[in-house]
Design a binder for this molecule. Structure first.
Ligand code: NAI
Length: 459
């Protein structure tokens, strides 16, 4: 099938590459010429395991092309996927300007029936706004062409995006019950047929329910994380181990093991903005989603937990102190720094007078770019960040190591070398990678999240 992907970011590029891999003829559009140049020169603008190979293979086979040519992109695809960003507006609601700009372009240049797929995460009711934007453009040029707007939210996880897209646990598609909606439904069915071969994974529903499903999923996952973080903070006080508690409750099939990990807060491009946008949608209808307000507040506090623990241990004034930080990306296997907890920790440490040496397996370049923006008004703080060449290099002469991202590369370091390089063997582990008892045996002072070590040491 002929497919256009509007917005060649994390979701758009993965969607385009994977649909090309299945034999479709894919046109990826982006308004950012830098990204398109990188792709056309054989590179890839993001880090995502397995993606580079798929892009290269399909480009060589002529099944995927990258361009900034809007008109050509609209003419190409019978199915037009809108996969542009939906960042938070100042009031927390989803900013739909990019989605609506894409819709306008479709209306401006379409010449025949189009299935328009909202792949971006968009608030309930957005499909109607996309429809209205296309219709307005068609009216402007006195064209009477048919189209149908479908909601097909994306559930992939950065870091495992290709795998998630190729082996989805569900595909959610919302279509209208109009003749155009039926036509769109049959095209979507054909497009997704390869994913449904062994068993049906598609959940067909109305458009608004599909739009809502994406927010409901992310809000639920964020809630589980904040809930566990609240319990972990209490565990630190009462002398319980949140890891033992996690096993104890996760084995209940009604609860399950996923997303029960306490840590130093969630980040990324999705949970923070989607929780906010759902709250904002509720407010538009005069409702206050109290649970979600708490989820957000708990997460904001949790991002400060490592900094607080460090200040409890070394004092509020950290002048003359130096810390090593392992992990900058908001989670492993990505270079994405959006809303990453590391940024909050860095702000706390640097503003308290410390210097830091940081290391991340893939996001060093992206981190530099983002941190320069974070500290643009404080160049003296920026100058206190050293970008280390490897994890062990980051440790040299540090008063302690803080772990922010659970990269596999950090899970079994040579602890003798860690101890030798640190000024004193102290670890603040924001992702609970290590066992406190093992750390004690190794002679390392260990501060996890909800692992009660600090409290016990104080007693
Ligand atoms: P992104 O920021 O990586 O990519 C968006 C791209 O759209 C950018 O390259 C931008 O230049 C381009 N763009 C903006 N306006 C355009 C226009 N009018 N025409 C063509 N290109 C345009 O964003 P990302 O992370 O891919 O997210 C896209 C959507 O997917 C968001 O709504 C997000 O919430 C959702 N989503 C993201 C997931 C993720 O893990 N990143 C997972 C599931 C959904």
């Amino acid at each position: 099938m002929k497919i256009t992907i509007i917005g060649t970011g994390y979701v758009g590029l993965v969607t385009g590459a994977c649909l090309a891999e299945l034999g479709n003829d894919v046109f990826c559009l982006d308004v950012d010429p830098r990204k398109i140049d990188i792709l056309n020169n054989g590179g890839i603008p993001i880090h995502e395991p397995g993606l580079e190979e798929i892009v290269a293979r399909n480009r060589a086979a002529g099944r995927i092309q990258f361009s900034t040519d809007i008109e050509a992109s609209v003419r190409h695809g019978d199915v037009q996927f809108i996969a542009v960003g939906t960042p938070p507006d100042e009031d927390g609601s989803a900013d739909l300007q990019y989605v609506l700009a894409a819709a306008k372009n479709i209306g401006k240049y379409m010449a025949g029936f189009k299935v328009v797929v909202d792949k971006s995460t968009v608030p309930v009711g957005t499909a109607d706004r996309v429809s209205a934007a296309i219709s307005a453009e068609l009216a402007n040029r006195a064209a009477t062409l048919e189209f149908s707007v479908v909601s097909n939210p994306e559930f992939l996880k950065e870091g495992a995006a290709v795998e998630d897209f190729m082996r989805p646990d569900r595909i959610v598609i919302g279509c209208d019950q109009t003749p155009q909606g039926e036509k769109a439904r049959s095209q979507m069915k054909k497009l997704y047929a390869p994913f449904n071969r062994n068993h049906e994974r598609t959940f067909w529903m109305d458009v608004r329910s599909a739009e809502f499903t994406k927010y409901a999923a992310n809000a639920m996952l964020a809630t589980r994380i904040s809930f566990m973080n609240e319990l972990a903070n209490l565990a630190d006080h009462v002398g319980a181990d949140i890891e033992a508690v996690r096993h104890g409750i996760g084995s209940d099939p009604r609860i399950g093991h996923s997303f029960l990990y306490a840590g130093c807060g969630y980040g990324g491009s999705c949970f923070p903005k989607d929780v906010q946008a759902l709250e904002r949608t509720a407010q538009d209808y005069g409702l206050n989603l109290l649970i979600l307000q708490a989820v957000e507040a708990v997460n904001a506090r949790q991002k400060q937990v490592l900094g607080n623990k460090i200040q409890q241990r070394f004092g509020e004034n950290l002048s003359g102190r130096h810390f090593a930080i392992w992990g900058l990306a908001f989670k492993p296997n990505t270079d994405d720094m959006r809303a990453a907890s590391s940024r909050v920790l860095l702000g706390e440490l640097l503003r308290a007078g410390a210097s830091v040496a940081v290391y991340d397996p893939v996001s060093m370049q992206e981190a530099k770019r983002v941190l320069e923006l974070d500290f643009y008004d404080a160049p003296e703080l920026l100058a206190s960040i050293r970008y280390a060449a490897n994890p062990m290099d980051a440790l040299v002469d540090a008063d302690a190591l803080a772990i922010v991202t659970e990269w596999k590369a950090f899970r079994s370091p040579d602890f003798d070398e860690v101890k030798a390089r640190l000024k004193q063997p102290v670890i603040f582990d924001g992702r609970n990678l290590f066992e406190p008892t093992v750390m004690t045996e190794l002679g390392i002072e260990y501060h996890g999240i909800g692992r009660s070590v600090l409290t016990r040491a104080d007693k």
